[in-house]
Write a protein that binds this ligand. Sequence first.
Ligand code: NAD
Length: 396
Amino acid sequence: MGDEIVGAPDYEPLRVGVIGTGLAMDRLHWPAIRRLPGHVKVVAFAEPDDVAASRFQATSGLPETARYLDYRDLLARDDLDAAVILLPIPMLHGAALASLEAGLHVFCEKPPGGDLAEAREFLSLEAAHPGRRLFVAENFFYRDDLRLARAAIESGALGRIHSMAWRITGQYVPRDGTFSSTPWRQQPQYRGGTHLDGGIHMMAAIRLLLGDPARIHGLVQHANGRMGGPSTLLLHVVFTSGAVGSYSAIHPEIAVPPDDASLRIFGDDGSMVLTPAYSQEHRGYTIYPARGVAEEVRVRRSSGALLDGGYVNEWIDFADAVRRGTPPVGTVAQSVMNMVPILRGLDSAEAGGVAIDVTPDCPLQPSEVSVPLWRPGTSADLACGLDLEVSRRAIT
Ligand SMILES: NC(=O)c1ccc[n+]([C@@H]2O[C@H](COP(=O)([O-])OP(=O)(O)OC[C@H]3O[C@@H](n4cnc5c(N)ncnc54)[C@H](O)[C@@H]3O)[C@@H](O)[C@H]2O)c1
């Protein structure tokens, strides 16, 4: 299994300084970056926590001199192209501002702010630094199973889409070594707790496949004394296209039985069921047409490596955007629009559960085909040059 999965591009790798080497770096970004030595090279990092710093030093092989306690000292280096910001949500904006002011391009984790006022500040940050890329990471835009599902929908496989349904349930309590162990998630200083932190990815998938919501009805419940924020968020959605959908995320303190967790999309000519993202060996979707046999589509890595959550593709898009000037999918605007259904759902719940339009107070206009589909390079082939194998089989 080779580390280098995509041939070196025709540019020098981006030299990046990382701000925060906690769980997202350890579990998600480093496994992707280490497979893309032609695209990105970590030069230095800032991390005040000794445990997180030595773990990253050990996995990355960077010398002790590459570590900074204060990210302002890291930003003063003269050998960086970009800053990579992997900080707790309330710290993202300050670090993005400082990095842009230091003249760097920025790869910043989601969400762009803890509410819509902060989202507007992120948008102004981008407007104030037009010569620099401000990329907001949203790995679900880059997941191969979701990209293929979007292409199938675009090809008309389901006909007119009228409905969607997605229910995600699971106990949510602090567990060592997992994202729930971080104190900033247990007492969230941003709206919606886990729904804005983790649920934003589901909104990204929904928007990629169905376009933007136009009208939302939200309800919440509190059944978790250990993780702050509402434990349940229910959304009823009317999309800009006219389709309707229901999304439920239920994360109580007590254990709950296993659930299906499949996103289902219903059209006049067929239905699509996506696999939940749990499997790292293969993921995909099945289309059940109105007439004829069902087709199962699965993606896996040709090399046998495990699938990631789209992080490798995300890094390729960021490196291409900086080096080649191509427009990236992971813009501030796209991540702001991923926040909107959650935040307007919370507004609706706080207003007593009345349905509300997304548009008033929305920093951007919702649209029917909202998220561009990421393709590697200029190829029409969604798998071109990637470590990706697509299999299709009829289910009789
Ligand atoms: N895309 C995804 O799938 C995904 C998953 C998890 C987290 N995230 C995002 O990544 C970000 C980080 O989340 P995490 O789970 O890694 O959190 P974490 O708490 O594990 O890591 C944050 C790190 O930042 C460090 N830090 C704190 N203050 C600092 C400072 N002033 N300078 C430098 N470092 C500092 C902490 O010591 C910690 O190691 C969040 O924005 C989160 O939303 C994204």
